[in-house]
Design a protein around this ligand. Structure first.
Ligand code: FSX
Ligand code: SF4
Ligand code: F3S
Length: 398
């Protein structure tokens, strides 16, 4: 890896080499550098690292990526390549050379098989294998076949000559939804099938930036990021969601939503009593919004309890209404601010795109997000203005 850049490098980079990126992506230099800064921050890199990231993306050879799909819903790919966010999609396809992806490639049948074999041969020992979905192992693995090959054989064949293996999504990371009891197909994780640890990016779906940051780390530093004992990059999965949740101050103050739609829910109170699993789930959802629809674009930000989708033994295992085990009872040293404008993070453009592309339902969801996100203080201020007395049915339980 080269030395980390500094702020001057960023401007130098902007003047000297970024015109290529501008042309390729049809995006402004400012947006591109902002994207690099987001990735650098996601990885927890020190100040100035965004210049090194920008340079690596601009100059390094795009790694060949072979992307396999097994037992899953394709939500991981959807989350990465959302039609609503063409900029993100373009960036991803510029950062990596996606040589084989069953959902996206135009080729079919023997042509598709040939594309996979060609990419593996041409990039032997250098390609990144991304696996989405669990692998069924019961009854000799007959429950998932692609092109006549069993998933269990395909993953072993493709992993043999890969420089790195990344399991994307909870299904590939630990079995996810397909492994829910009684797990009739024996849905298993990539690490279990390969018999060795791999990098895992759990989440159903995972935050696209966590995947991108992992790939860009590989590109910038020539190695994958540091991981925990479950293979999860530490930059994203070392803290509990509950530690940085925007509703944490409500939890500590004992202000809870007791029912969906009650006064507490509408005022953005803590969702613990509705079964939120944030206190026992490790992920950065509370600090990094999904996609580019705004900082509050995550389950709790939208008024839904976290179901612990990143965490084996929690997501798809514990009943949604069951209260979470509070792993860390200590209050944080610093409280995240109760975001007054909670739910207003979505840019006008992305909210409009959501509404236009996904129809009225998404538009309504955006409005709901905004309404649910109104903070206690904002409601109180509004109430004071109109001198309205709270109604009996609006009483908040705690
Ligand atoms: Fe779906 Fe991916 Fe969930 Fe699994 O995400 S969003 S079922 S983790 O493998 O496609
Ligand atoms: Fe946030 Fe859930 Fe923790 Fe409440 S229980 S503070 S909603 S993570
Ligand atoms: Fe999943 Fe909970 Fe994050 S449900 S997306 S781990 S907030």
């Amino acid at each position: 890896m080269g030395t980390m850049g500094n702020t001057n490098d960023i401007f130098e980079l902007g003047r000297s080499t970024l015109s290529g990126i501008e042309n390729r992506l049809g995006m402004s230099r400012r947006d591109y550098l902002q994207f690099c800064a987001t990735l650098a921050v996601t990885m927890g890199l020190p100040k100035g690292a965004d210049a090194a990231v920008a340079k690596a993306i601009e100059t390094a050879k795009r790694p060949s990526v072979i992307w396999l799909h097994f037992q899953e819903c394709t939500g991981c790919s959807e989350s990465l390549l959302r039609a609503e966010h063409p900029t993100l999609e373009k960036l991803i396809l510029d950062v990596i050379s996606l040589d084989y992806h069953e959902t996206l490639m135009a080729a079919a049948g023997h042509q598709a098989e040939a594309a996979r074999k060609d990419a593996m041969k041409a990039n032997k020992g250098k390609y990144v294998l991304v696996v989405e979905g669990a692998i069924p192992v019961k009854d000799n693995g007959i429950y998932c076949k692609i092109g006549g090959h069993k998933a269990i054989d395909l993953v072993k064949e493709c992993a043999a000559d890969a420089a790195a293996v990344i399991a994307i999504g909870s299904c590939a990371s630990w079995g996810g939804m397909p492994s829910t009891g009684p797990n009739p197909t024996g849905a298993s994780s990539v690490a279990e099938v390969l018999g060795k640890p791999v990098v895992t990016i759990p989440g159903c779906p995972p935050n696209p930036y966590n995947f991108l940051a992992t790939v860009v780390h590989f590109l910038t530093f020539g190695k994958l990021p540091e991981v925990d004992q479950l293979g999860r990059p530490k930059f994203a999965y070392s803290r509990l969601i509950h530690e940085h949740c925007e509703r944490r101050a409500h939890f500590d103050a004992g202000r809870f939503a007791m029912e969906f739609g009650d006064a507490g829910h509408r005022q953005g109170y803590c969702l613990y009593k509705l079964g939120c699993k944030g206190p026992e789930t490790y992920a950065n959802c509370s600090t990094l919004g999904f996609g580019d629809a705004g900082e509050n674009n995550w389950p709790v930000g939208c008024g839904h309890p976290c179901i612990g989708c990143t965490e084996k033994g929690v997501g798809f295992t514990k009943p949604i209404h069951q209260v979470a085990k509070v792993i860390n009872i200590y209050p944080p040293q610093q409280y995240p601010r109760i975001v007054e404008e909670n739910g207003k993070g979505a840019s006008f453009a992305s909210a409009a795109a959501l509404a236009a592309l996904a129809g009225a339902a998404a538009g309504a969801a955006t409005m709901l997000t905004r309404n649910l996100g109104l903070s206690h203080a904002a409601e109180e201020a509004a109430k004071a203005k109109t001198s309205a007395q709270p109604k009996a049915e609006d009483k908040v339980s705690s």
